[in-house]
Design a protein around this ligand. Structure first.
Ligand code: TRH
Length: 382
């Protein structure tokens, strides 16, 4: 399905409350930017932690950037509510704003953009309305997902073209690595990007990489892994630009990249370790093998989510590759045994590369989340 455009773009308010890390702002910013770039909207993104956005989009300090108006969450009630209100991850827009929209003669379409999950129940809940307990308003659950019965995934119309051009252009890749402050990896190296939560399995995995036969270039953007890596290599001062050489492993610390450069990093690597939600999706569009460090939830609910994804992803993958993938992902999630699973996993990387590219084709068929969300809202606004 190609990306569709609704005839006259509605006004849109997106509410984002940052719970932790970068994913909440990352998803909202990506959606807002696509609404502006591809659908002629001028969305307003109401944020409670603008500094998180500034990390993803350097320069995002002013009022309007890349066609998106950035507003202070606490000031939202002063503005005229938009035609469409998107609250991300059940963040509950400010009560004054909600009261205001309730009083409007024609209330806006109110969407609760939910977390991504591959679980089957999501398909039965996507687009269900839910009445506000006090006000007469309904909000609609919008679930991203991996099937036609869900709301799809965020994907920009030009993403594949940009990726193909970058991957076919060694000069662009050299320039990219240099821009990150490190030299480009040698031709025979396995290029790995590493973005994860703290993980007790990491030191042994780094040892395995250092002691293996294959030269490895591992790029780590500054973040939560640095203390563990610092202990592993005996350097408490690691920072962007640091390079650690141990046996066959060359570990380079990158600055935290803009969202667009982070895509380039995923495209420039042969294997990507990702986490949370947005980087997990971007790794799939990068069409390279990836390892998911899922966000930990109470009662181990995340393990069900992880297996639900693997069940979908495994379809069509040969049994040895399925086993190697499942073993490595589970070991990484459990934070033990990843080093032991590495050799079998590394052997399957060519098969996984081929499979991930097919998977990306398969899930792109359901249409991109931004276009589908707009079409749904346009239907309700008619
Ligand atoms: O940062 P995350 O762990 O975010 C989230 C939040 O924890 C959230 O509360 C939780 O609900 C969700 O995970 C599941 O992981 P995520 O989602 O991958 O977001 C990271 C964002 O940061 C993503 O947009 C990519 C971006 N990024 C950069 O722009 N530059 C970088 O250098 C890196 C490493 C990431």
């Amino acid at each position: 399905m190609s990306s569709a455009r609704v005839s006259s773009p509605p006004s849109i308010d997106i509410f984002c409350s940052v719970i932790d890390n970068f994913g909440d702002a990352g998803v909202c910013w990506r959606l807002a930017r696509q609404l502006a770039n591809e659908h002629g909207c001028v969305p307003r993104l109401w944020l409670d932690r603008p500094e998180v956005l500034a990390a993803l989009r350097p320069g995002a300090g002013g009022d309007c950037i890349d066609g998106v108006y950035i507003g202070d969450w606490h000031q939202a009630a002063l503005a005229e509510p938009a035609d469409v209100v998107i609250e991300a991850f059940a963040c509950n827009p400010p009560p004054d704003y909600v009261k205001y929209i309730d009083e409007k003669p024609r209330p806006p379409v109110w969407i609760n953009l939910e977390y991504l999950s591959a679980e089957r129940w999501v398909e039965g809940s996507h687009l269900l309305p839910s009445k506000h307990p006090q006000l007469g308003l309904s909000k609609y659950f919008y679930f991203p997902g991996f099937s036609a019965a869900t709301g799809g995934l965020l994907k920009e119309a030009q993403l594949d073209t940009q990726r193909q051009q970058f991957q076919a252009d060694p000069q662009a890749q050299q320039t990219f690595w240099r821009g990150c402050g490190v030299s480009a990896p040698a031709a025979d190296t396995l290029r790995i990007s590493l973005f994860a939560y703290e993980n007790a399995a990491l030191p042994a995995l780094l040892d395995a990489w250092a002691q293996g036969a294959q030269p490895i270039h591992c790029a780590v953007p500054v973040g939560r892994l640095l203390p563990t890596i610092g202990v592993w290599c005996g350097d408490a001062q690691l920072q962007a630009g640091s390079v650690i050489e141990r046996g066959k492993l060359r570990l380079v610390i990158l600055p935290f990249l803009s969202q667009q450069d982070y895509d380039r990093l995923l495209w420039a690597c042969d294997l990507n370790f990702v986490r949370g939600e947005d980087s997990f999706v971007r790794a799939q569009w990068a069409r390279q093998p990836f390892v998911w460090h899922i966000y930990q939830q109470d009662d181990d609910a995340h393990r069900i989510k992880l297996d639900a994804f693997l069940a979908r992803f495994d379809e069509g993958l040969a049994a040895p590759a399925q086993r190697a993938l499942g073993d490595f992902w589970h070991a990484w999630e459990a934070q033990q045994g990843a080093a032991q699973c590495w050799p079998a996993f590394a052997t399957q990387l060519p098969a996984l590369r081929h499979h991930t590219a097919n998977w990306a084709e398969r899930i792109a068929v359901y249409g991109d989340l931004c276009s589908r969300l707009l079409i749904f809202c346009a239907g309700l606004l008619e």
